[in-house]
Design a protein around this ligand. Structure first.
Ligand SMILES: NC(=O)c1ccc[n+]([C@@H]2O[C@H](COP(=O)([O-])OP(=O)(O)OC[C@H]3O[C@@H](n4cnc5c(N)ncnc54)[C@H](OP(=O)(O)O)[C@@H]3O)[C@@H](O)[C@H]2O)c1
Length: 293
């Protein structure tokens, strides 16, 4: 099966391309940088021509404007990349007979629900990023009938910058670090998510799916565990969101229910603590290999 991955140089796109290739798919990795087939998802004609020419079975869209705080200042860019471009992809997929799997986010919710969010819960994004991603979901739904939208959260993994690698970078230089303790979510390993995405493709599913690792954590819990596993001595100090003001508001509780994913694929997502251990091993190996440890 031929699969095009858009945003293949990103944290998630990189793993999706690896997992699909491992399943024997013919994978076309696209992004904006050299070493990838160029596909700018904001270029409507380029997207249309690319899919007409390649006629893949699936397009997995991992490309997005993912700088949550940056989106507050660059609203036009956020909506171009996260809302308009997915619409171009959806329309082109519909014309070329390609199925589309698009990645959205837990930030489409306001985080006020005490229980895990299901796919049927009403959305109410707080930030420009969340609003632009929600508009992207709507553009997908009106552009094509053959789509899957995956809402993941709190990604960490080896290819690119993420919360865990950022925290560990800071922890190696400082004796103490403040981390927010009143936002809850499920930290999710990009490799687990990529495997889950491939399972959804195999399952012939349609519609919206929440996918994240099992278990809950605050950013503080995640930072503390990562620092512990790296055997750093840095003290992690819990602080509240109000003490750590950032441009974009974040949901307080964006725990996602993955029951629908498990029902359709018969797969259970791993616990985040187990997956974090695997990632930290890779992280330390990479540090040693590059002479940084
Ligand atoms: N990371 C998280 O914690 C998280 C949580 C929930 C949902 N998500 C969603 O998961 C998806 C993947 O996130 P990620 O963290 O893997 O993102 P990422 O690492 O930022 O990767 C996005 C990729 O898209 C590329 N890109 C940017 N503009 C493009 C364009 N016009 N055409 C084609 N490619 C373009 C980026 O290139 P440049 O780097 O050169 O800009 C980058 O390689 C996104 O939809 C994101 O909203 C992420």
């Amino acid at each position: 099966m031929k699969v095009v991955v858009a945003g293949a140089n990103g944290l998630l796109g990189h793993e999706v391309a690896r997992v699909c290739a491992g399943c024997g798919d013919e994978v076309i990795e696209t992004d904006l940088v050299q070493d990838f087939r160029r596909l700018d998802i904001t270029d409507k004609d380029a997207v249309q021509n690319f899919l007409e020419r390649e006629k893949p079975s699936w397009l997995v869209n991992c490309a997005a404007y993912t700088d949550v705080d940056g989106c507050e200042e660059r609203e036009d860019l956020a909506f171009l990349l996260n809302a308009k471009a997915p619409g171009y992809l959806a329309q082109a997929c519909s014309k070329s007979g390609t199925r589309l799997l698009h990645i959205s986010t837990d930030y489409v919710f306001d985080g006020e629900k005490a229980d895990p969010y299901t796919e049927e819960d009403p959305t109410n994004p707080l930030s420009v990023y969340g609003k632009s991603k929600l508009a992207g979901e709507e553009a997908i739904r009106s552009g094509t009938e053959e789509y899957i939208i995956v809402r993941p959260q709190w990604l960490f993994g080896p290819h690119g910058k993420n919360f865990v690698s950022t925290i560990l970078g800071i922890a190696r230089e400082r004796a103490s670090i403040n981390v927010v303790n009143d936002q809850k979510g499920s930290p999710t390993y990009s490799k687990d998510l990529a495997r889950a995405i491939r399972a959804l493709i195999d399952s012939d599913a349609q519609g919206i799916f929440h996918v994240c690792n099992r278990g809950r954590a605050s950013w503080y819990d995640l930072a503390k565990k990562a620092i512990e596993l790296t055997e750093l001595e840095t003290e992690v100090v819990p602080v509240s969101t109000s003490e750590f003001v950032r441009p974009a508001p974040r949901p307080k509780n964006s725990i996602l229910s993955t029951k629908k994913f498990t029902r359709i694929t018969e797969k259970l997502m791993p616990m985040w603590q187990i997956s974090l251990q695997l990632y930290i091993k890779e992280y330390l190996f990479e540090l040693r290999n590059t002479g940084q440890a």
